[in-house]
Design a binder for this molecule. Structure first.
Ligand SMILES: O=C(CO)[C@@H](O)[C@@H](O)COP(=O)(O)O
Length: 243
């Protein structure tokens, strides 16, 4: 079942260690088949060098297993909420990459410091509020998804323009049209979090954001009808082209 998507999700997961985005098993990638309303996700706690395409688990939009021998990622309920609430996304990544986690633990947005950031994120990458004691229930991972959705609603953010978030005290989730694009956005987020940290230290400013006109210029040279960067619309590119 969903053999092509399993292969795609497997390959996207295998990009995480190659891109230095995971330590041990601390990350996961999923991808969705919108017609079938099923998604494929990495199994929980299996070493990356032992993973095989057939280990990928097929689940429904309630996070229930449809096919697979192994337990799905412990973050499956978070992915399920995001797929339900953000119908435009096709792939999701979660990691514990250290620079993004540092901002998440500090409870700080990653400011849009320069053009590297603006090429991918049209504005700061927001941090969610802390989960309350009442939200640490049997559905903790579902509540993690809900706090992401509430943050995007509160700030009226577009998931295409800002393809990622920091869950306070936890870490980054990114997404994209495909699992590959979600991995790409995870790596960009890690790089811009690191460079934002150094920019803040060097400049002494807590918000050394790029001016709006430069944010506009760099975001729209890669996105939208008037994009002209590269060889084609980045949405059609796979990791073979861009990673
Ligand atoms: O945060 C955690 C565990 O505390 C998870 O995101 C991370 O370890 C990945 O877990 P999975 O192997 O996907 O279940």
């Amino acid at each position: 079942m969903l053999e092509t998507l399993k292969q795609e999700v497997y390959e996207a997961n295998m990009q995480l260690p190659k891109l230095n985005l995971v330590t041990f098993t601390w990350g996961n990638v999923s991808g969705i088949d919108r017609d079938k309303e099923l998604f494929v996700i990495k199994p929980s706690g299996v070493a990356y060098d032992k993973l095989k395409p057939n280990d990928m688990v097929v689940v429904d939009l309630d996070g229930q297993i449809v096919e697979g021998e192994l337990n799905p990622s412990s973050d499956t309920p978070t992915h399920a909420i995001l797929y339900r609430e953000f119908p435009e996304i096709g792939g999701i990544v979660h990691t514990h990459s250290p620079w993004a986690v540092s901002f998440a633990q500090a409870g700080m947005d990653v400011p849009a410091c320069g053009t590297t950031h603006a090429d991918t994120f049209y504005g700061p990458v927001p941090v969610t509020p802390q989960l309350s004691r009442e939200q640490i229930t049997d559905d903790y991972e579902g509540n993690t998804g809900r706090v992401i959705v509430e943050t995007f609603k509160k700030y009226q953010l577009d998931t295409d323009a800002v393809p990622g978030v920091l869950v306070q005290d936890h870490g980054p989730f990114t997404w994209g049209a495909t699992p590959d694009k979600a991995v790409y956005n995870a790596k960009v987020l890690e790089v811009v979090a690191e460079t934002a940290y150094h920019t803040m230290q060097l400049s002494g400013h807590t918000d050394p954001s790029v001016p709006q006109y430069l944010l506009d210029k760099h975001y729209y040279r890669k996105h939208g009808d008037n994009a002209y960067y590269g060889q084609s619309n980045p949405k059609s590119m796979t990791h073979e082209h861009i990673l």
